[in-house]
Design a protein around this ligand. Structure first.
Ligand code: D5M
Ligand code: FE
Ligand code: ZN
Length: 558
């Protein structure tokens, strides 16, 4: 194990984890086959029964009709019933195991499966429990989370979870919607410059005399690099447009080079009318992007609890790594993972159909509903007491245009086994006080294509550019389809504590001004298309975030 002196802990496994006993895995699979999911402790109880097959049968037979997740209490009752003495199969008493009287989930599968170490190369799983020094603690400067006016919020009982983002589409696809969405984007992003600049309307700047100092806040249009290497663009606001120039030797040249069309920026500078052009041009001295404020201090949970982040599972693809997923799900049943109470799934649950030309040849399951059925089976192997949040991606069966609404009724019912929270792409989920912005990540392709300093090899860094632009899909009319709505749901209005995306199938993480930024890789090995473009995917990674410290560990399950 190699411990970073920084705020992250590195876990260079495969399998430096507490691998569950085969018996646990078999029980999880047997229950999933019968259409059931179970709490971790319930699985442990079944694993300890002397006649496991019979115990599983009893647990399933005696489950009430509408049960999808077998609880500890239910299994205890079922096991008690199988014993003539009225005690559990393992002896008299309540059926509880000696070390789980506290009622928490820590009576664990690992108890009958001594820690498996995979050799000296591998770190020891106990070390996972250590934590590295933590830089950020937040209650000071805690951000407002979540609840935007128009979104629906689902409270998750006692679990301390809230989700916002589930859009009610208002768009009609008409011209007026484009005007509204751009006006909304402009106004909300322009507000973020607040006290930083005192700007004039673009339509009034042409009237200023040569040499005047002024500031503008506008949306970037017609940007290009001049033959001299300077960056020329037009800023547009609701009053008009005005041309601007950032000199190539300016301290802002780098920032200018990573500015995309339709981004909202602020500039300060001096009007020049030397060129004989009546309206002149603004020579930019200062360039500001909305950015995450320096004062941002992330919130953290007030108890020890962790969340696992995954995305791009692609069930139904011949390349879906089912065995790795099973290893991951089995690991979640172990002691090592007992405090991982949340699973966030960032889209591309299934491979879908007709997503790319020629995709049919790579399908393992050709019907999209059957793909979701199979995905649901795989979800059943995840502990039933975990809270799951899912948003769709571009392979999922919802509209492609962003924001993508949550799955509809039929897909929800297929995936109902786990009572997951199903929300839109993007959504903000606040768990234990920590806000996580979940976005599938389609705009990353375009951002990486357009910006020379962004790359698939550093997906989290690419995500930080979205944070600085405070917009999830800044550029309109390109690769990302954006649905015109009255409101621009892709503005990053509230700064999240964690930013989770996927899509590019590359694992990576970084912190940007206190925001832990994670791309969770994928569960699909390289497809023919990916091979043709040299995309070497990071397969079967599970980044795990300690919500109390915002430390990140990861495991790989290949
Ligand atoms: O996307 C996985 C990654 O691969 C993402 O960066 C897009 C890219 N990709 C995959 N297939 C294609 C095709 N056919 N055209 C363009 N880009 C592609 P995913 O959403 O999982 O397919
Ligand atoms: Fe994907
Ligand atoms: Zn995708």
């Amino acid at each position: 194990m190699f411990w970073s002196p920084l705020r992250y802990t590195f876990c260079l496994l495969p399998r430096c984890v507490d691998v569950p006993s085969e018996e646990t895995a078999r029980i999880v699979a047997a229950l999933a086959d019968r259409g059931y999911n179970a709490d971790r402790e319930a699985v442990t109880l079944l694993a300890r029964a002397s006649d496991r097959e019979h115990a599983i049968d009893r647990a399933v037979e005696t489950a009430p009709d509408d049960t999808l997740v077998l609880s500890t209490e239910h299994v205890e009752r079922a096991l008690a019933d199988t014993s003539p003495s009225g005690g559990g199969p393992d002896g008299p008493g309540t059926g509880r195991t000696p070390d789980d009287t506290s009622g928490d989930r820590n009576g664990s599968a690992a108890d009958d499966n001594p820690l498996v170490s995979t050799g000296d190369r591998q770190p020891q799983s106990q070390e996972n429990e250590q934590s590295s020094p933590v830089e950020t603690r937040g209650s000071a400067g805690v951000q407002e989370h979540g609840t935007r006016g128009e979104t629906s919020v689902r409270e998750q009982g006692s679990t301390g979870m809230e989700v916002s983002g589930d859009i009610q589409s208002t768009g009609t696809g008409e011209y007026g919607d484009f005007v509204s969405v751009f006006r909304d984007r402009y106004e909300r992003l322009a507000d973020m410059f607040g006290g930083r600049v005192t700007h004039r309307p673009a339509g009034a700047v042409a009237d200023l005399s040569d040499g005047s100092e002024t500031a503008l806040v506008g949306m970037v249009a017609d940007a290009y690099t001049t033959s001299g290497g300077h960056w020329r663009f037009v800023l547009e606001d609701t009053s008009g447009t005005y041309p601007c120039l950032v000199m190539k030797n300016s301290e802002h040249a780098d920032q200018a080079r990573r500015t995309l069309h339709d981004e909202v920026i602020a500039v300060e500078g001096r009007i020049s009318k030397d060129g004989g052009d009546d309206d002149g041009i603004l020579f930019v001295d200062e360039l500001h992007v909305p950015e995450v404020p320096h004062t941002h201090s992330p919130s953290t949970a007030d108890r020890s609890v962790r969340a696992a982040l995954v995305s791009d599972i692609h069930v139904g693809s011949q390349e879906f790594v089912a065995d790795a997923w099973t290893r991951f799900a089995d690991w979640l049943h172990t002691d090592d993972a007992a405090d991982i109470e949340y699973l966030l799934v960032g889209g591309d649950m299934v491979e879908g159909v007709g997503v790319y030309p020629g995709q049919d040849d790579e399908l393992d399951i050709v019907d999209v509903y059957d793909q979701y059925e199979r995905f649901s089976e795989h979800l059943k192997s995840v502990p039933g007491d975990m809270e799951i949040v899912m948003i769709p991606g571009n392979h999922d069966a919802v509209r492609l245009a962003e924001p993508q609404p949550a799955f509809d009724g039929e897909l929800r019912s297929i995936m109902s086994a786990h009572d997951a929270t199903i929300s839109a792409n993007p959504s903000t989920v606040t768990i234990e006080g920590v806000s996580v912005l979940m976005y599938h990540g389609v705009s990353l392709d375009e951002l990486i294509a357009e910006l020379s300093n962004a790359s698939y090899e550093r997906p989290a860094e690419a995500m930080t550019y979205l944070l600085e632009k405070r917009h999830l899909a800044p550029q309109y009319g390109g690769h990302v389809r954006i649905a015109p709505e009255e409101r621009d749901h892709l503005v990053i209005e509230e700064v999240p504590d964690v930013f989770h995306a996927g899509h590019v199938h590359k694992f990576g993480y970084t912190t940007h001004r206190g925001v832990l930024t994670v791309n969770s890789g994928c569960w699909q090995s390289q497809t023919d298309f990916q091979a043709s473009v040299n995309l070497d995917p990071d397969v079967a990674y599970a980044p795990i975030i300690d919500l109390q410290t915002l430390d990140l560990q990861y495991a790989q399950f290949v």
